[in-house]
Design a protein around this ligand. Structure first.
Ligand SMILES: [Cu+2]
Length: 702
């Protein structure tokens, strides 16, 4: 019998452990206590060494006592060992899985050495809060195996009185339902019994860790999908006041998160959570608060992610893609003309409301908190968005152009933190929002094309798709602000009375500003000053504000529930990148004048109303969010970007998120841009296979 092999806590396998375990479970309380206590201490580096010593000592003492005190039991155990070996010998790897789901890959014999969470090395299983959990043993088919079965017990660490047990046998699988909080630990004992005589054939221990698991939307079971959607929907129907009474302080309504996003994105000077290095961590922050709020309503749920690169690979249009079904975030109406999209002459504005499902015809909120951040009709919408619709609107484009495997592959190839964060808002994700929100009213540019101000119909369509962004730029540069007296009698062209107010003080430079903004690809190279003057009239007195974007493409975008599963997809890619070795250069620039920190590093001119001297705030390493609760932009809220990047580092023993991602497989990318191969090839980042092999990963066997 080898003492050495029993030293790895969590894989005390077969007979040796049955001897030690049986005799020392009660008498070694102090040792157990110390081990548990130590496990709770997240300073894990010294811990494995300590455990090795503790468990080794306990093993030696145990064996000695067994030898001295009871020779019969020793002989009996040797017999059992023989039986176990006769059974075919090899020990099987075990872990736990959430009922109705495959076991997580990190604990199996096929686990990838690179694409894993390092802090899981010492654990045998993840236990998901408030769900049914069951034992999984590799290569064991409970329905056909008549030789042996398994029983197990899970005890809350530090609390032996809180234990639950179950089994797998050919009578079926008994699961356990565990109400735990992330990072709570469970001591697991698995015992293998013979069907022939009921004798013990092996016993093993391990530690289970309570964590949430974020899964791709499509992989949720039907029941879980329903529960998850119901839980999300509760945030749209329960006010902050009511929710905090029902669910506690971590509850926040959907509107709370819309405000958080809007208050950080809608200022005239710059966008403090997009268009800069802070985009990714800032979105992780809000997403996590949202998920935590969901969990106050139903602690069994986690936020799923939507990997839109799957839709791209399958050539799926948004209209038919999984998130936009009645059972998910609701169906989307199609515009009459697939090429031109949503037009005044064909499609009513109301039709862009969510068609069915839980969120059917949900409405936009009104902006009551932030007087400086008003949209045209008083909605909680971007100041550059002239959408008069009371409904959350999807003017969805007929396109399959979502971010692709190739976009994510290229993103992963950036090997400095700055480049990676700089790219994050754009190719890896922007077209998802763009395709869903898209634009209404491109027929209002027909006259411009007819008058030679736009090259042709195809240029008109392309320019119109970018129109919302151009209005945003004009707003940011203080050329336009929303009119405050907009109204509508009906939601059609004639019924809408609205426009932008142009800044008189900047009137002289507006035409040349438009010339800079509107790419010559759309208007040709030969527009004269008079024609640029006509463009200016279109913006200041014409229909410019009547061409507007859907809610997904602007500062209040979280009002559409389909906003929420988008950004976890980016965090999952970040995890993959960090697992594969991370970045060669982790510098986060601090000089926005000389290095890239954000797009609007100079805001607009000093001295104008509302001038804000911290243009790139939100995009530096140590920045928080602007305090949307007080509405004071000089006040700050929540963790810094650096704290988030550290907390979400999957290679760190100090990983501090409440969730992990379910897998790091991209099967749909294998034929074109094999993301997994890129991440696991030794040339990527700093990861080298030689250093990975010594990671000390344990697998749990019985
Ligand atoms: Cu986004």
């Amino acid at each position: 019998m080898s003492i050495k092999s029993s030293s790895s806590y969590g894989s005390l396998s077969t007979i040796e452990d049955s001897i030690v375990g049986e005799y020392f479970h009660d008498s070694n309380d102090d040792i157990n206590y110390n081990v548990s206590k130590e496990l709770n201490n997240r300073n894990k580096k010294s811990q494995s060494t300590l455990m090795y010593v503790v468990v080794s000592i306990s093993t030696i003492i145990g064996l000695a006592l067994v030898l001295i005190s009871n020779q019969n039991i020793l002989l009996n155990s040797i017999n059992k060992m023989m039986m176990f070996m006769e059974d075919g010998g090899g020990a099987s790897i075990w872990t736990f899985n959430r009922k109705d789901y495959e076991p997580l890959p990190y604990f199996l014999s096929t686990a990838d050495e690179t694409l894993t969470y390092k802090f899981l090395d010492k654990y045998a299983a993840i236990i998901e809060p408030y769900t049914d959990t069951e034992l999984y043993v590799e290569d064991y088919d409970a329905t056909t195996n008549t030789d042996y079965y398994f029983e197990y017990e899970l005890c809350e660490a530090d609390n032996d009185s809180n234990c639950m047990s179950g089994k797998i046998s050919n009578e079926g699988s008994e699961s356990v339902y565990i109400k735990c909080q992330p990072y709570q630990e469970y001591e697991i004992t698995v015992i293998k019994y013979s069907y022939i005589d009921g004798s013990k054939m092996g016993k093993t221990n391990g530690i289970g860790l309570c964590m949430y698991v974020r899964r791709e939307m499509r992989s949720l079971s039907r029941d879980d999908l329903d529960t998850t959607m119901d839980t999300m929907y509760a945030l749209w129907t329960t006010s902050d006041e009511e929710g905090s009474q029902l669910y506690g302080d971590d509850y926040h309504s959907a509107e709370y998160f819309v405000k958080a996003h809007h208050f950080n994105a809608a200022w005239q000077d710059s966008d403090h959570i997009h268009e800069g290095l802070g985009f990714l961590p800032q979105h992780i922050k809000t997403t996590n608060m949202f998920e935590k709020s969901m969990q106050t309503v139903n602690p069994s749920t986690s936020l799923p992610y939507w990997d839109f690169t799957i839709d791209y690979a399958e050539g799926e249009y948004i209209f038919t893609s999984f998130p936009f079904k009645e059972k998910t975030f609701g169906s989307i109406a199609e515009p009459a003309d697939h090429t031109w999209g949503w037009l005044y002459k064909n499609d009513s504005i109301e039709n862009a409301a969510i068609m069915d499902g839980r969120w059917k015809k949900i409405k936009a909120s009104f902006n009551t908190d932030y007087p400086e951040l008003n949209a045209n009709f008083g909605y909680l919408r971007a100041p550059w968005n002239g959408n008069p619709s009371p409904y959350v609107s999807r003017f969805t484009a007929f396109t399959t152009e979502l971010p692709s495997c190739s976009d994510h592959y290229k993103w992963l190839e950036y090997d400095t933190l700055t480049d990676f964060l700089t790219q994050a808002p754009y190719a890896p994700h922007a077209s998802t929002h763009g395709a869903i929100g898209s634009v209404y009213g491109c027929d209002l540019m027909d006259d411009l094309t007819a008058n030679g101000l736009i090259t042709d119909a195809s240029a008109q369509i392309k320019l119109c798709q970018k129109w919302g962004f151009m209005m945003k730029e004009l707003y940011r540069k203080n050329y336009i602000t929303p009119r405050t007296d907009c109204s509508y009698s009906s939601l059609d062209y004639k019924g809408i009375d609205c426009g932008f107010t142009c800044n008189d003080e900047k009137s002289d430079t507006m035409a040349s500003q438009l010339e800079q903004l509107i790419d010559s690809r759309y208007v040709g190279d030969f527009l004269n000053q008079e024609q640029w003057g006509e463009w200016k009239s279109f913006v200041c007195e014409g229909d410019a504000a009547k061409i507007f974007v859907g809610d997904h493409v602007e500062s209040a975008s979280p009002v559409d529930p389909s906003f929420w599963p988008i950004h976890p997809t980016l965090e999952r890619i970040l995890h993959g990148k960090m697992m594969a070795g991370g970045f060669k250069d982790n510098t986060w620039p601090s000089d926005s004048q000389n290095d890239y920190v954000c797009d609007k590093f100079n805001c607009y001119e000093d001295g104008v109303a509302g001038f804000y001297d911290q243009c790139c705030y939100g995009h530096y390493e140590d920045d928080q969010m602007l305090d949307f609760i007080s509405g004071d932009r000089y006040s700050r809220y929540g963790p810094t970007n650096r704290a988030i990047m550290d907390d979400t580092d999957p290679t760190s023993q100090e990983y501090a998120m409440r969730y992990i991602y379910d897998s790091f497989e991209w099967e749909h990318c294998e034929d074109t841009d094999d993301i997994k191969k890129l991440l696991t090839s030794s040339g990527n980042g700093k990861a080298k296979s030689s250093t990975r092999q010594s990671s000390g990963k344990k697998t749990n066997k019985i």
